[in-house]
Design a protein around this ligand. Structure first.
Ligand code: PHE
Length: 452
């Protein structure tokens, strides 16, 4: 069932679309995950491999998602159904909606942490740590505090609903038009601060000098998984965003801009974090705790550390927020298009259910830290199912669908509707038909086989 434009929505400008899609892509994946995975996996060498993954898997699949969306002007379920009616391919759409639901449920919790750290930076609570162990102990106590976690999680999800309810143009596009440039400016300021610290050059060397001895098969797989998560691929989020795009726009250049934006931000974040960590004599290999444990210790000991801390966590909160709204939009779009619900009802209902489902994830570091499923906390379980299984599977199936089922010819026709600038069409077809499905299949399979 197709609803009118007012319920569905549209992007008012090409720039608005690019900023919103970049807002979806740039998130915790870039600012939190990318630096720590790079730190653990040989710095520059990992960065190189990541860039190859972006080109051979990320770029071709992103163009597919935008194309499916723009062709059908529907959410993922409606889109697969419209292109191949009555076939099991619609399941890929349902999987996407489910993945969006699951990812947002724990993403909202971490979004809450980022908001809390903005407040704690502003109120000078997190700017006087003597060591990263001290900062870590503080963080550990914070995420175990039920009341605080619930409060920030609630605020974060309410803010998301408030924006998405206002619609694609009036809410999401407007918010991203302001937030994305703000994010870039903040990042530039932070980079200047970080690079001018004495000793910063060591961090730059670590970041840019490739240490190939640390590269293994596992590293390549990590890089590919990261490319997926970071570009928001494999769950139909970008099908949904593409569905609000007018047929006049050039799909190939939009795809290139979004991919470049996301990659550029991830690379810049590395240029902020590593110089600062090295200048302050801390370890770049500390893993997931890098952002919440090591950085507050770095900020505590640097000149203008409080201001830097406020800017950094605000940056993290903005990045998380623009990704979270894309997740909420793609789940809501299913109910708006397929069930004919008014936007208000769709956003409020899905937002509240996702929020409630996220609460056990929020409690996974405190009250529920001993409740495990297959040896994982609720938070880790939901993260693993969605990021490690649903995204790669969805991405692989999307590549197969466009490459072999719907067909690159049909897709090509949609891409070239108003343009004759698709210079990399042959590369795209080849990558899509052969490289992406095989590469993603390998990632997917290795996720089933525990690393150690
Ligand atoms: N790309 C986002 C990030 O880097 C996460 C995300 C995944 C958002 C899938 C939407 C869909 O954090």
């Amino acid at each position: 069932m197709q609803t009118d434009d007012k319920q569905r929505g549209f992007w008012a400008s090409r720039l608005g679309f690019i900023l919103a899609a970049s807002g979806s892509a740039v998130g915790l994946g870039n600012i939190w995950k990318f630096p720590y995975i790079t730190g653990e996996n040989g710095g520059g060498a990992f960065v190189l491999i990541y860039l190859v993954c972006i080109c051979v898997v990320g770029l071709p699949i992103m163009l597919c998602e935008f194309t499916i969306g723009r062709r059908t002007h529907l959410n993922p379920v409606g889109a697969f159904n419209a292109l191949k009616p009555g076939t099991p391919w619609v399941a890929v759409g349902y999987m996407g909606v489910l993945a969006g639901f699951l990812i947002l449920s724990f993403y909202g919790v971490v979004g809450g942490w980022t908001l809390a750290y903005v407040v704690k930076s502003l109120t000078h609570v997190v700017d006087h740590f003597a060591s990263s162990a001290e900062a870590g102990a503080f963080f550990g106590a914070f995420i175990a505090n039920t009341g605080e976690i619930l409060m920030y999680h609630t605020i974060f999800m309410m803010l998301c609903m408030a924006i998405v309810i206002k619609g694609v143009h009036g809410g999401i596009e407007r918010a991203c038009d302001i937030l994305m440039p703000t994010l870039v400016i903040m990042l530039m300021l932070l980079m200047i601060r970080s690079l001018t610290l004495p000793g910063a050059i060591e961090g730059v060397k670590f970041y840019l000098y490739p240490d190939f001895s640390k590269i293994s098969g596992q590293t390549v797989l990590l890089a590919m998984g990261q490319a997926f998560f970071s570009l928001s691929l494999g769950m139909g989020c970008l099908i949904t965003y593409g569905s609000y795009l007018s047929s006049k726009e050039n799909l190939t250049s939009c795809t290139l801009y979004v991919v470049m934006f996301d990659t550029f931000i991830a690379l810049l974040v590395g240029m902020v974090i590593f110089p600062a960590v090295f200048a302050m004599g801390l370890e770049p290999e500390s893993g997931p705790s890098l952002v919440f444990n090591v950085l507050p210790a770095v900020f505590s000991s640097m000149p203008f550390g409080t201001v830097v801390s406020v800017i950094f966590f605000a940056l993290l909160a903005i990045a998380a927020f623009t990704s979270a709204i894309s997740l909420l939009e793609s789940v809501s779009a299913y109910f708006i298009d397929q069930k004919g619900w008014p936007r208000n009802k769709a956003v409020i209902t899905t937002g509240i259910i996702i929020y409630l489902f996220g609460i056990p994830s929020g409690l996974s570091f405190g009250l529920m830290k001993d409740v495990t499923f297959f040896g994982m906390t609720f938070f880790d379980l939901v993260d693993t199912i969605s990021s490690n299984y649903l995204l790669p599977l969805g991405g692989m199936l999307t590549a197969i669908f466009v490459g072999w089922i719907w067909g690159t010819k049909e897709a090509h026709r949609e891409i070239e509707r108003h343009e004759t600038t698709f210079h990399w069409a042959r590369y795209w077809e080849f990558a899509l038909k052969y490289i992406s499905p095989v590469a993603v299949a390998i990632v997917f399979i290795t996720h089933f086989i525990p690393a150690d």
